[in-house]
Write a protein that binds this ligand. Structure first.
Ligand code: GAL
Length: 446
């Protein structure tokens, strides 16, 4: 229901959203506050709009990569595109806002208005398939996979996540890991605490940090709370039980979820009170500034640390699996699509060729803080953190992310988001669990 209401409001708002003919590589956007519009994330009522319709030769690529690290990673791939395809004008149509909360609302309004960009960043898995593929909004890309030989260089496990009824619908540019605890080793030394590997250890460490006036865990706006919750779910149950939440074989009303809620509730006690006002990178910045000891975030945070001049290692930033998730790689993948009626279809396909190429992925991912989706990335280009992620991707037990579209449809995710939002304000654990059970009944596999 909420989605439908948001869509209606956004269709009205689409009059405000116009595309740009600018040929440079910077997002050609006008900062504009759009009030009174209900987005997926009600806090994200501020976003950027484009100026005017694109030229014929424009390739308008829509992402939400505007923060430190991710913006520079995109620029690196754009530079390759510009070199290889000088006949096109690249238009960077990025819309600010972590996890795409604002961007995806703008995209929905554009699709409703029959005005798709040339290509957009989506997430492999249920988001892609459950939203855009079933709505008939994407062209199959089997021809491109054949021409480029991508089936030989992508992990077999990812193909079902980008396919529906025998057709492939997107070009995965990376693999991100969601379940990482970030910190600065030198600061932990100064605080006199170790990296927790279990939630009990986390709570003990958190008490010590609080006693020193340090925020134990930096948190940001609403979607980062969902990100935290999915890692707590994974950290309190085994992978088959977690996977069962998404296929209906684990009971949302059962003791495992109750335990996860209890831990989540306690963890929230150790987060910063201004969380709802912070973007994900502002929350990560609290760690860099020494105001907070830890942050749980996907490894785009590695890209952010890099953009702030920090390197992986003892003198820079450190990482560990979220407590209770050692040996598990909670993945997501940014994946580019070819919309039906794409603006400049040939140019869009050219962009997809770059996104799927070894050169494109090896330019983008070392800066973005992700590993290439391709299995033939040049390891010499990746830093210590990313090399560890590449190894873990090979050896760990693998499961998908909720907040970033892998395991749940947008409709199911939106119901869960509503339940989390209520819990953040009323902290009623039993009510939260009931809300999750309803979410699964209304829009999930229950
Ligand atoms: C994720 C996306 C990442 C990164 C992050 C923060 O959803 O997959 O590439 O952009 O949001 O915005």
């Amino acid at each position: 229901m909420r989605n439908r209401r948001a869509l209606a409001l956004l269709a009205a708002a689409s009059l405000l959203v116009m595309t740009s003919a600018c040929a440079d590589d910077e997002p050609d956007i006008v900062d504009d506050e759009v009030d009174d519009i209900e987005l997926d994330d009600p806090e994200a009522a501020e976003y950027d709009v484009l100026e005017s319709p694109p030229e014929e030769d424009a390739v308008e690529v829509f992402t939400w990569w505007t923060a430190g690290g991710e913006a520079e990673g995109l620029d690196a791939m754009i530079a390759i595109f510009n070199d290889e395809y000088p006949e096109y004008q690249f238009v960077n149509a990025a819309v600010a806002g972590g996890a795409g909360t604002a961007a995806r609302a703008v995209l929905a309004s554009r699709l409703a208005a029959g005005d798709p960009p040339s290509s957009w960043q989506g997430h492999a898995g249920q988001e892609l398939i459950g939203t855009y593929v079933v709505a008939g909004q994407l062209e199959p890309l089997n021809f491109l996979f054949e021409e480029e030989g991508w089936l030989d260089v992508l992990p077999e496990a990812i193909i079902p996540q980008i396919s529906h009824e025998g057709n492939i619908y997107s070009v995965p540019v990376n693999i991100h890991r969601a379940n990482i605890l970030w910190y600065l080793p030198e600061q932990l030394d100064a605080f006199g605490v170790d990296v927790p590997t279990t939630w009990d250890e986390f709570f003990a460490v958190a008490e010590e940090l609080e006693a020193q006036g340090v925020i134990p865990l930096a948190l940001g706006e609403a979607w980062t709370a969902m990100h935290l919750f999915e890692t707590v779910l994974l950290g309190t149950m085994d992978v088959p039980t977690y996977d069962g939440l998404w296929d209906g074989t684990t009971d949302w009303g059962g003791p495992e979820v109750a335990e996860a809620i209890e831990v989540f509730d306690r963890v929230l006690e150790y987060t910063n009170p201004d969380a709802p006002t912070l973007s994900w990178d502002q929350a990560t910045q609290l760690v860099i500034d020494g105001d907070a000891a830890f942050n749980i975030m996907g490894d785009w945070a590695a890209g952010y640390f890099g953009a702030q001049g920090l390197e992986p290692g003892d003198a820079g930033y450190g990482w560990a699996p979220v407590p209770g998730t050692d040996g598990v790689f909670q993945w997501l993948s940014d994946s580019f699509v070819l919309p039906v009626d794409a603006h400049n279809r040939d140019g869009a396909i050219a962009w997809l060729r770059v996104a799927g190429s070894r050169e494109g992925q090896d330019a983008f991912n070392p800066i973005k803080g992700s590993i290439p989706a391709r299995t033939d990335g040049d390891r010499s280009l990746y830093d210590e953190y990313l090399l560890s992620a590449m190894d873990d991707w090979e050896t760990d037990e693998v499961t998908g992310s909720l907040a970033h579209g892998t395991v749940a449809s947008d409709a199911f995710k939106s119901e869960i988001d509503t339940a989390i939002g209520l819990f953040l304000s009323d902290r009623d654990a039993a009510g939260f669990q009931d809300g999750l059970v309803s979410a699964c009944t209304i829009a999930g596999p229950c």
